[in-house]
Design a protein around this ligand. Structure first.
Ligand code: SAM
Length: 327
């Protein structure tokens, strides 16, 4: 029933853009605007931030994210106007946190537009280093350029290109150690399109194979092939050592099954250990597609019942030894 009233349980999130301001300054501004900070754990967030209350909490899992009650309107706030805060769902802030590119590093954001995660990484990197941002859609890339300019990102080189056609041996990318892969997906985790989908996801998890709800299997299969190809291509860049893969899909075909296929297709990269993926976050991957319980624990899932969009994040790391055999 709660799914029918999206606002009743979807928090609003704001990521603090550390290129423009600091957490303390944002809190100071919010206090001048009569917002009261409350301390809340994930479990009591709903009672601590009731709808229409002028309150907010520091997110218990992500240090640069603030949580506001459902329906809070921040678009007219000066903090938003100056790009001091970026209105970005909590789940979509997880990939950059998991990747954690340090200041000075070289990063590829392979499917980058409209650029929320690109600007998040620039903020974490304190504008030091380089982010090569690709997108094959020029219009969306133009949005990335204007959003990241507004957010004072200075280290982004945006290129309109098909990432699958970028040559891993090109010396331009010779120092790239971190990759963020957020390729096109079914989008089935986005809350305002969610309605029936969460119910169908829960039914899918709880049911036997014969009872699984109908989804467009052909479309999911073709998305999964593309997503797998993007990850395997990323793994061919010579110095890359850490790769985050994310979707805003709740379908295991685009999530655990893609991870399982990638693990099977090469022996250079493995999953980053669970304690490197927001250890405080309890919802983990499904033990499916031949993944072990230990591997599933290394994957992060979010669902609207967590007060976020439905989302999936995996992180691959280069093993100390082992050679990449390609496709
Ligand atoms: N990471 C973005 C963000 O956080 O703002 C959202 C990325 S969106 C889920 C996926 C993007 O991948 C789309 O903008 C799409 O144009 C782009 N894309 C799809 N296929 C691509 C390809 N082969 N190479 C580069 N970009 C691609």
């Amino acid at each position: 029933q709660h799914l029918q009233d999206e606002d009743a349980w979807t928090f609003r999130y704001a990521r603090v853009n550390l290129l423009n301001t600091s957490m303390d300054k944002v809190k100071q501004h919010l206090s001048e605007d009569n917002y009261e900070e409350v301390a809340a754990s994930r479990e009591d967030m709903r009672s601590a931030l009731p709808k229409r209350a002028r309150k907010y909490a520091h997110d218990p899992d992500l240090e640069d994210v603030l949580v506001f009650p459902p329906g809070t309107e921040l678009h007219k706030n000066r903090l938003y106007g100056t790009a001091s805060i970026i209105l970005q769902d909590k789940a979509s802030c997880i990939p950059a946190h998991v990747l954690r590119p340090p200041p000075g590093s070289h990063v590829i954001d392979a499917c980058a537009a409209p650029g929320n995660k690109t600007s998040h990484m620039a903020s974490m990197m304190n504008n030091q280093g380089k982010i090569f941002a690709f997108d094959k859609d020029q219009k969306r890339l133009n949005t990335l350029i204007s959003l990241t300019d507004k957010a004072k990102c200075k280290i982004i080189e945006a290129t309109c290109a098909d990432f699958l056609e970028i040559d891993p041996q090109d010396p331009t990318y010779g120092d790239v150690e971190y990759m963020l892969l957020d390729p096109s997906c079914s989008g089935s985790g986005i809350v305002n399109r969610m309605d029936a989908l969460v119910d169908s996801y829960i039914a899918m998890v709880n049911s036997s194979d014969e009872k699984k709800p109908e989804v467009d299997k052909e479309r999911l299969q073709s998305l999964a092939e593309f997503q797998t190809a993007v990850i395997l291509h990323a793994m061919q860049f010579p110095k890359v050592k850490r790769i985050s893969y994310s979707t805003c899909s709740v379908h295991e075909e685009e999530n655990e099954a893609v991870v399982a296929q990638v693990l099977e297709s090469q022996n250079t990269f493995t999953l980053a250990p669970a304690d490197q993926l927001i250890p405080s976050w309890p919802r983990r991957g499904l033990q499916t597609a031949g993944l072990s319980a230990e591997q599933a624990a290394c994957l992060v899932r979010t669902l609207p019942e967590d007060g976020t969009n439905g989302f999936f994040v995996a992180c691959f790391v280069r093993e100390a030894s082992g050679s990449f055999d390609g496709l």
